[in-house]
Design a protein around this ligand. Sequence first.
Ligand SMILES: Cc1cc2nc3c(=O)[nH]c(=O)nc-3n(C[C@H](O)[C@H](O)[C@H](O)COP(=O)(O)OP(=O)(O)OC[C@H]3O[C@@H](n4cnc5c(N)ncnc54)[C@H](O)[C@@H]3O)c2cc1C
Length: 448
Amino acid sequence: MLRVAVVGSGPSGVYAAQSLVEQTLVPDVRVHVLDRLPCPYGLVRYGVAPDHQKIKSLQNNLRTVLEHERIGFVGNVEIGAHGLTPQRLLGLYHAVVYCVGAARDRRLGVPGEDLPGSVSATDFVSWYSAHPDAAGNGFALGARSAVVIGVGNVAVDVTRILARGADELRPTDVPETALTALAGSLVREVHMVGRRGPGQAKFTTKELRELGALPGADVVVNPEDLALDPAFADPSGLPAVNRRNLEVVRSWSDRHPRGLDRRITLRFFLRPAEFLEADGRVAGVRFERTVPDGAGGVRGTGAYEDIEAQLVLRAVGYRGAPPVGLPFDERRGTVPHSAGRVLRDGAPSLGEYVAGWIKRGPTGVIGTNRPCAKETVTSLLSDTHALARRTVEEDPLAAMRALGHHPVEWPGWLAIEEAEAALGRSLGRQTVKIPDWAGLRGAALGPG
Ligand SMILES: Cc1cc2nc3c(=O)[nH]c(=O)nc-3n(C[C@H](O)[C@H](O)[C@H](O)COP(=O)(O)OP(=O)(O)OC[C@H]3O[C@@H](n4cnc5c(N)ncnc54)[C@H](O)[C@@H]3O)c2cc1C
């Protein structure tokens, strides 16, 4: 029998567990899927936007996997906390697959980015997704004008959430505190700003189009920005997705505003140079105009433009931060590996593997994690003989408890689901997420 710990219950962790129990090469593989949260599904629960119910429903597929008879969910157990180091974990399992994601935000590195009113999109997403680590209601929703820095799908998500009315979000599982705060939001202008052109932006066309279909918001595009993009006149050299994006943006530049309550303005070829301050808070962003450099990038022109904003959301990418004790490539923000085998000092470390965002960086859609996890599991299985010879302790959960952890197993998670359904009923809504550690742990483990 091979006992494997998968650390992280997001898509890559669940796909890794699925690959492990569905293969026939090594028949008796038992898997524990560990997570620091008492809830499974990683960013599908805590990142995918609440108004994207279809993608959210992927949780049902992940759930079926976690209910497999040879897979056990073990939440509320953080690797790296209470002495449960990667080294200690290797004493409990024949193999450990790290699928811990890369959910830390990247910084811009420009003056003033930490002024009150300037926050990372990661924090904003965590807040409306009810992540128990989220900081609370500290967002400047009293702002009339907001700037979102970045032109990827996360930038589109946060722009859309700011531009939607609370009534549109009420049928979702958004936590009640976030819904109340969004209902009182004064934000009327949202500027989504990218340093490159629309032909190079990272958003996908479906997500982009959705901005133009919001019932309460106009979308405006600055024709001068578009004219700077050489692909605007001749998009034939662009990959299909960028070409489609450009077509959508082009159609918006011809459109007359409908006079709706809120306005989204898409801006391109502007890179943040400095955050502007008034009364100790952010009051706007000074951008430097950029132009294409002819090599696929941009260069600054020395010309500047200020955009007023009392709320700034920085959505310029994600970065890994694995548990202490795992090797880490600072430059790439990933754990060094060879086909999923963790490399320590350049050599594969027997029993340690990675998959998902922490392996390849924060790119791709949820489905991209499936082949990624499969590659890792293939490596693991070909190490079976050496792994099976490793001595491991009999009862990993008892060892975790002895270290001071309080594992939440599947029935505990089901109790959280039930508590969230009950909370929704009490508020006259569908299921509503519990946003705090005490509430989640109380529901899963009972009082005390
Ligand atoms: C805001 C946002 C929106 C997105 N929307 C979409 C979308 O609409 N469609 C789409 O296809 N993709 C979307 N994605 C991308 C998708 O979420 C990722 O591809 C996917 O979640 C990556 O999976 P993962 O398993 O590597 O990491 P994650 O989903 O981040 O899972 C990592 C898990 O590891 C756990 N963990 C971390 N550290 C520890 C530790 N020390 N000990 C124990 N457990 C730990 C975490 O709690 C988490 O549950 C979105 C991403 C973001 C950030």
